[in-house]
Design a protein around this ligand. Sequence first.
Ligand code: DGL
Length: 266
Amino acid sequence: MGSDKAIGIFDSGVGGLTVLKEVAAHLPYENLIYLGDTARVPYGTKSPETVGRYAVEAAEFLVELGVKMIVVACNTASAVALDKLQQKYGVPVIGVIEPGAKRAAALTRTGRVGVVGTEGTIKSNAYARALKSFREDVEVASVACPLFVPLAEEGWADHEIARLAAAEYLTPIREGIDTLVLGCTHYPLLKKTLHTVLGDGVELVDSAEETARTVVEQIGVLRREDNGPGTTRFFVTDVPTRFERVGGAFLGNPLAGVKQVSISCI
Ligand code: DGL
């Protein structure tokens, strides 16, 4: 069997490139299509209804391009719209919450897990629910860290300002945690800073990495059989200039040829 169709990955903007990077590293022969909804970013501060609508429009765009699987790279969209997308489309739809939660539930020894994410993700309680589904007795301490997104995009993930912000945000939840879930696309860029602030005793769980492992597990018969390198196409909903500049830094490779599209139905 096998399929040459692409895996579609979408996010509110540039952050989901952390997920794309991991998927490409695990499945270098797959064709990938990435959509960043840069005209409407951020999703993290918007209502679940609005994010749900945006997520459907993004998924619709990918389905029309004929993808064989959808990866919802955005934690906020995964938190509020994954079920809806899974019911609506005939292709597998993978979110980032369950993979990260599963890993954290397996890793924790103290049973107290920290979760950081956008306001929308934290308010939805999606990580806490997922963590408890894997380990009932787990205690979850979560906090929204909205400044991490602009800090990562500004290239200041390792800056003193990021360390101060991290120390401030984590103070209310750090007591007793031995595992911290990075529940936002941008946070893997802050790993070094978070490690400095929390020390060696706290394991950082990268949802992007865990999601890529889930994609590998679930691709099954859809796996591309041709062992020529896969292609990657990038689409955004606003002019691509900023996406190309910031995204290049996220990927560690220059980004060019990004196409602007319109996906909104309203
Ligand atoms: N991609 C979003 C997430 O992972 C972060 C940026 C935003 O707020 O849109 O939740």
